[in-house]
Design a protein around this ligand. Structure first.
Ligand SMILES: Nc1nc2c(ncn2[C@@H]2O[C@H](COP(=O)(O)OP(=O)(O)O)[C@@H](O)[C@H]2O)c(=O)[nH]1
Ligand SMILES: [Mg+2]
Length: 236
């Protein structure tokens, strides 16, 4: 039995990074869903394929849900990084929902205000973020194109997931901070897309440590059906 971490999830097909550093495509026999960041035990079924056998308990699980289904975003993360930008327009409600999801799992929250190189657009976005800053959520202003490194100190000692709407710059930040991210993206595509399974949704991409950083597909909505409004279950 080998130990590993799920670094990519496509339906029931996963890519697992083994403790020795090798990545292995793997499937899951049972129906339960797994997420990027899950620590698993895996059995090799061939030189190039594994079967996930056991998922030890998760310390945190970030997911969204509506009346019909739930969608896992990341497991075992300690910090949620909400990415917004000068453009395209973003939704305040989405930020609030991400914060609620993070608080319910007792995760740290950081808001990254990206694309600050587009200086003529900074002012209105800054104003819109003031309420979040006032209630205590740190806001880091940067540009993934010119100073993504500003984010690196915040990643130290944390396992982080980047969340936010599509187009905000999550993948740009990931690529800028993780040198092998592009290579790993290609590796994941070829490992998971070969064969009969076609990709039906974007891949959450988690990349080799350090820093432990998980990219995620753009959110259109963040349903919180699984949380009740009472203080005890949300942690507020
Ligand atoms: N000007 C500018 N454009 C950016 C920056 N970061 C990302 N972009 C652009 O925004 C678009 C969406 O970026 P992407 O990383 O794919 O966003 P994602 O959907 O959140 O992963 C791309 O065209 C990027 O080149 C930035 O810091 N400045
Ligand atoms: Mg992306």
């Amino acid at each position: 039995m080998l130990e590993g971490t799920i670094v990519s999830a496509h339906g029931r097909h996963y890519l697992v990074e083994l403790t020795a550093g090798e990545t292995l495509p793997a499937s899951r026999v049972k129906r339960s869903e797994l997420a990027c960041g899950d620590q698993v035990l895996i059995q090799r079924s061939s030189d190039t394929q594994g079967v996930i056998d056991l998922i030890p308990p998760r310390s945190t699980l970030l997911y969204r849900s509506n009346d019909f289904r739930q969608k896992l975003i990341a497991a075992n993360v300690t910090q949620i990084i909400i990415v917004v930008a000068t453009e395209p327009p973003y939704s305040d409600e989405m930020i609030s929902r991400c914060i609620v999801a993070a608080e319910s799992q007792r995760m740290k929250t950081l808001i990254v205000f990206n694309k600050c190189d587009l200086s003529d657009r900074i002012a209105p976005t800054s104003m819109a973020l003031v309420p979040f800053e006032r209630i205590g959520y740190p806001i880091l202003r940067l540009s993934a194109h010119t100073d993504a490194e500003a984010l690196r100190p915040y990643l130290l000692g944390q396992t982080s997931v980047l969340v936010g709407q599509s187009g905000m710059g999550k993948s740009s930040l990931t690529n800028a901070l993780l040198h092998d991210a592009n290579a790993l993206t290609r590796e994941i595509s070829s490992a998971l897309n070969s064969g009969k399974h076609t990709t039906t949704h974007a891949t959450p991409l988690s990349v080799r440590r350090p820093p432990a950083l998980i990219d995620s597909p753009g959110l259109q909505e963040f349903g919180l059906r699984h949380l009740s409004k009472t203080p005890s279950s949300t942690g507020f």
